[in-house]
Design a protein around this ligand. Structure first.
Ligand code: FAD
Ligand code: UDP
Length: 399
């Protein structure tokens, strides 16, 4: 019997004692699914079955040692950062941390310069010696002021003008999304700030750290509970009618759940080209962006990010694709409108809860998904309390 068959057998036997079946079927073992499984089992004592169609837990944050012994992120570089003490403390139950500040350089006009654009970026690019104050004046003189900032082009040309926009954003965005920044919501390029000081960190959040022993070890600890059963290599559709469950937490693409009945929601995909290089270091920082050349957008070198010491080094190239596994929701007004149709359907289903980046079609970072999952748990907890305690429900309706 293959692994999926064995997992299925053991899930069936796990659901039998006491004839209770599973309280919750969690679809997807990424951040959204694992946080909910952990909370439902640990706080509410629920019996939880987690299924994932991939052969591993962790979703896109999964990491593993490659054939050379270097810890890599198969689905692209994942750097943890958050401003929320609650989210950081929650995850700290399952991992220790290694402080890490991510730095990115962009390859522009034959130089590697800091990204986000800062004082050194402009000075090096133009051979100048501006002060922060002078840079502010320079930005003000070149910025194209718009009455309304609606698109990803508006955001950038409104801050740094068209020339820097063309050098750093236009080509990268066209590669990454297969469309011009003028067609994308402002929120996409607004993820990357502009600075007039010399701060060259990619993120400035209060908490910036990597799980000391990797993401997968952290997920193993989250899911290590006698009430949690994990089935890998399993599409939930293959087991949903075979195993008894009361409630489903779904973290896959929402349009797939409804058989694309309102049409396909676009998700942008990536091809990851992994390479091991027989030298200690490949590039000076964790990530180098290539806004204007090559088919790939960026190269990331894992040892910078994980702090691992190793005589060789492993890197990943990200090549954007229209087809393939869904990685990014595409922030555009028409897609938000289509998503709302699915969301309205989802709200009608009382026994299914949709959570996570693909299921709520939100361009969320890991910490935002953890925050959304914790908030979802609190709502489910309250609802279960109301269902089992009518007095509490009455109290809450009158409150
Ligand atoms: P996922 O991790 O996608 O998990 C969903 C799971 O559901 C998957 O494992 C999938 O196999 C499973 N599934 C789907 N359909 C089915 C089905 N039918 N049956 C069974 N299982 C199913 N965030 C950061 O904070 N920092 C970063 O540096 C960062 N870098 C990123 C780089 C890249 C290239 C990408 C793509 C994302 C990055 N992110 C980063 C975002 C981060 O990956 C997500 O926020 C997070 O992983 C989302 O978790 P999730 O549980 O919602 O979804
Ligand atoms: N971006 C860009 N040039 C860069 C870096 C980012 O144009 O050098 C734009 C691009 O549209 C990208 C978005 O800003 O998709 C968000 O960048 P981020 O690094 O947050 O992307 P992610 O890590 O989520 O892929």
């Amino acid at each position: 019997m293959d692994q999926a068959g064995q997992d299925f057998q053991s899930a069936v036997s796990a659901s039998v004692p006491g004839q209770r079946g599973f309280d919750t079927l969690v679809v997807g073992a990424g951040f959204a699914g694992s946080v909910l499984a952990e909370r439902l089992a640990r706080v509410l004592g629920q019996r939880v079955l987690v299924v994932d169609k991939r052969p591993h837990i962790g979703g896109n944050a999964y990491d593993r040692h490659d054939d050379h012994g270097v810890l890599v992120h198969p689905y692209g570089p994942h750097i943890f950062h958050t401003n929320s003490a609650e989210i950081f403390d929650y995850l700290s139950q399952f991992t220790q941390w290694r402080p890490y500040q991510h730095r990115v350089l962009a390859s522009v006009d034959g130089q590697l310069v800091p990204m986000p654009i800062n004082l050194d970026t402009v000075n090096r690019l133009y051979g100048l010696n501006l002060t922060s104050f002078q840079l502010e004046e320079f930005f003000a003189s070149v910025a194209e002021k718009k009455d309304e900032v609606k698109t990803s082009e508006d955001v950038v040309v409104g801050k740094v003008g068209r020339e820097l926009y063309n050098k750093f954003f236009r080509g990268y965005t066209r590669k990454q999304w297969g469309m011009d920044p003028s067609e994308l919501d402002a929120s996409v390029t607004a993820r990357v700030p502009t600075r007039t000081n010399r701060d060259d960190r990619y993120f400035t959040d209060t908490y910036q750290a990597m799980p000391l022993h990797g993401y997968t070890r952290m997920f193993e600890k989250m899911l290590d509970h006698p009430n949690i059963k994990v089935m890998l290599n399993t599409d939930y559709r293959d087991v949903v009618d075979l195993l008894p469950w009361k409630h489903m937490v779904y973290t896959g693409p929402i349009d797939a759940f409804f058989n694309h009945k309102h049409g396909k929601l676009p998700y942008r995909s990536l091809e990851f080209r992994h390479e091991n290089v027989a030298q200690e270091q490949f590039q000076p920082v964790g990530t180098v962006n290539y806004p204007n050349d090559y088919a790939y957008t960026r190269i990331s070198e894992f040892k910078h990010i994980t702090g691992q010491q190793h005589p060789t080094t492993s890197v990943v190239y990200e090549i954007p694709r229209a087809e393939g596994d869904p990685y990014y929701p595409v922030p555009q007004p028409q897609n938000a409108e289509l998503y709302r149709k699915y969301e309205a359907e989802a709200e009608q289903l009382r026994n299914v809860t949709f959570v996570g980046r693909l299921a709520t079609y939100k361009y969320y970072n890991m910490d935002q998904v953890v925050g959304q999952a914790l908030a979802t748990f609190r709502r489910l907890q309250q609802r279960l309390g109301e269902e089992t305690d009518p007095a509490l429900a009455a109290q809450q309706t009158t409150a």
